[in-house]
Design a protein around this ligand. Structure first.
Ligand code: GLU
Length: 324
């Protein structure tokens, strides 16, 4: 009887510590990805990354979940503080955080790490036609949502206004709404226009253009000047094909950035390696998960990264011959 008890005890120990016939159960690593509003593209993008990783839970032992957040600036800060493991952030925001600019003035985030780039995002200005806004200068005196603190777009809106001689504090009635709230507010007549830096197509812009209040996209003037001043911006277009109810007939000139996937320096290499490898080796399947991913290539997914690339991702890029 004593022997039986002893063997049972050994068996339990074996199960816990993984010896004898019981291999240790691989420890699952839980990761959360910070995204944006649910009607943006970051949220489904984070969902797409999670889905690809979770499908291989037996291989990687990673369990990924997605959190809807205030956007880029929030995500970078939450990744740096350890509240989130990964986040999606605009390439301009990645640059500013790493170099101690804008919201991070004097506080460079030297432990921020780039993993890869995702879809392009266009600074999208949507205005209600009955508000009398036909061109950018007409924003003066109007109620305009420039974006919530914590969002990527807030600084983009301010830069677009400033380069065009509009003081966002004096010349417009600036609102700080979340992007997910702006389309409804525009349709309800509570704001005249809103800025959103987002990939296309996005649910928010569909919602804004498909209501009874007619809307149009407004071109941003002086993009050349802006891109000269801030090298992390590039000329871009709002593709109107996705929004047939908007009054525009042609794609609308603006400027843009890239969505990027970021983490921090102390994230274990094997976790970052697994995620990078899984997305890159199954890029065709990944691209099918959102129409904004259509333009992704292994090459352009390495562009727009200004923080150092995380060693786990770098290991994969070297193995795959994408980086020497
Ligand atoms: N670019 C936005 C931001 O950084 C988010 C866009 C999205 O959620 O797709 O806040």
């Amino acid at each position: 009887m004593r022997m039986v008890k002893f063997l049972a005890f050994l068996a339990v120990l074996g199960m816990i510590f993984g010896f004898g016939p019981y291999p240790a159960a691989a420890k699952t690593t839980f990761i959360t990805i910070g995204t944006g509003g649910v009607t943006g593209v970051y949220y489904p993008a984070g969902g797409a990354i999670s889905r690809m990783i979770n499908k291989k839970k037996d291989v990687y032992h990673i369990r990924a979940t997605v959190e809807s957040t205030a956007g880029s600036v929030f995500n970078i800060n939450a990744v740096m503080s350890g509240d989130l493991e990964f986040g999606i952030a605009q390439s301009d925001r990645q640059y500013q955080a790493y170099n101690g600019l804008a919201e991070w003035k004097g506080k460079p985030q030297k432990n921020l790490r780039a993993v890869f780039a995702l879809h392009p995002e266009a600074v999208t200005l949507v205005a209600a036609v009955d508000s009398g806004i036909k061109k950018f200068a007409d924003l003066k005196g109007k109620k305009v949502n420039i974006g919530n603190p914590g969002s990527g777009q807030r600084q983009n809106s301010i830069d677009a206004l400033t380069i065009n001689g509009i003081d966002w504090k004096k010349d417009i009635k600036a609102e700080g709404l979340k992007a997910a709230e702006a389309p409804g507010m525009l349709q309800d007549g509570r704001i005249d226009a809103f800025f959103y830096t987002v990939g296309h197509p996005s649910g928010a812009i569909k919602e804004a253009t498909a209501g009874t209040r007619k809307v149009m996209f407004i071109a941003i003037p002086n993009v050349d000047k802006l891109c000269k001043k801030f090298p992390y911006y590039a000329p871009a277009y709002v593709p109107v094909k996705f929004y047939p109810q908007a009054l525009n007939k042609e794609d609308v000139p603006t400027f843009g950035v890239k969505a990027t996937f970021v983490t921090r320096a102390d994230m274990p290499d094997d976790i970052v390696y697994a995620i990078t490898k899984e997305i890159f080796e199954n890029l065709d399947a990944f691209k099918k998960l959102h129409p904004a991913f259509e333009v992704l290539t292994k090459k352009n997914m390495l562009e727009g990264l200004s923080a150092p690339i995380h060693p786990g991702a770098l290991k994969y890029y070297k193995e795959a011959g994408l980086i020497k």
